[in-house]
Design a protein around this ligand. Structure first.
Ligand SMILES: Nc1ncnc2c1ncn2[C@@H]1O[C@H](COP(=O)(O)OP(=O)(O)OP(=O)(O)O)[C@@H](O)[C@H]1O
Length: 253
């Protein structure tokens, strides 16, 4: 199996004007470049690597993560995960591939408020037989795998069967990480996951995130505005360094 988690080559994406950008590129390559939100000659991520990606608001960080996650279509160029070109997968195969290989932690966590901590974590195993199998192989049962992760993230056993709507923001954040990591997905994508935390909770959260990724040899693609979080990453890059269409003050494309 390839040791590369992510391979991007000559990736181009425009939200509304992809066709306009294409037609103008033949006539005026510079104008075309300004119409694309993303024009990335190359980006890769190795197995277990921790990458910090920063960039100003509106520069396209979330768009890039959505492309990598196979949530957005309509790009040009090569985008492969674990050696698999995403363009070769049907929509349903892409959904399965995403559930099997990628864990997401979003700004708003996207937890099911009425479900317990444990049941939120187990959702990942409902969507992926591969991750369910991996969790059982490692811990004997998916419930035990969820308990081990939640406890490892500092959430004591007596909380595991409590609905997440009764939890603090910091506790919910850790549930989101456990849900993303159960069954060893290989890539964790985190989009501004610390935005709701205070300074000391943020540091503790980052330590736990690194520890959990290391334990499961999971690559981490972490997006944030906040350069104070860069410590501990293997590589820190700005979207402006890799995106030829980067415009710091970009508004609507
Ligand atoms: N669904 C959409 N349709 C059209 N344009 C969009 C859509 N989503 C985002 N955009 C535009 O794409 C650009 C980049 O947005 P994106 O959310 O990727 O930036 P970001 O760097 O993640 O910003 P932030 O740090 O504020 O979350 C913005 O100009 C935004 O208006």
């Amino acid at each position: 199996m390839t040791s590369s988690v992510l391979e991007i080559n000559q990736l181009r994406f425009a939200w509304n004007s992809g066709k306009a950008a294409d037609s103008k590129s033949a006539v005026n390559p510079e104008l075309a470049a300004s119409l694309y939100l993303l024009d990335i000659p190359h980006l890769s991520l190795a197995r277990g690597e921790k990458l910090f990606l920063r960039g100003p608001s509106g520069s396209g960080k979330t768009t890039l993560l959505s492309l990598i996650g196979g949530i957005l279509q309509g790009y040009q160029g090569e985008l492969s995960l674990f050696g698999q070109p995403l363009a070769d997968l049907s929509p349903s195969a892409k959904d399965k591939f995403r559930a099997d290989h990628i864990g997401f932690v979003f700004q708003q966590f996207n937890l099911m408020p009425w479900l317990t901590m444990r049941d939120n974590v187990l959702l990942s195993c409902q969507f992926s037989a591969r991750r369910k199998k991996a969790a059982i192989a490692e811990h004997g049962s998916i419930s035990q795998a969820a308990s081990v992760l939640l406890t490892g993230l500092g959430l004591s056993e007596n909380l595991h069967d409590r609905p997440v709507q009764q939890l603090s923001i910091g506790q919910q954040q850790r549930v989101a990480v456990a849900r993303a990591l159960i069954g060893n997905p290989g890539l964790l994508i985190a989009d501004e996951p610390t935005s709701a935390l205070d300074h000391s909770s943020r540091n503790a959260f980052m330590d736990l995130l690194f520890e959990q990724c290391q334990r499961s040899d999971c690559a981490l693609m972490f997006v944030s505005h906040d350069p104070s979080l860069e410590k501990g990453f293997d590589r820190c890059i700005s979207l402006g360094d890799i995106n030829k269409s980067f415009q710091p003050q970009r508004e609507i494309i």
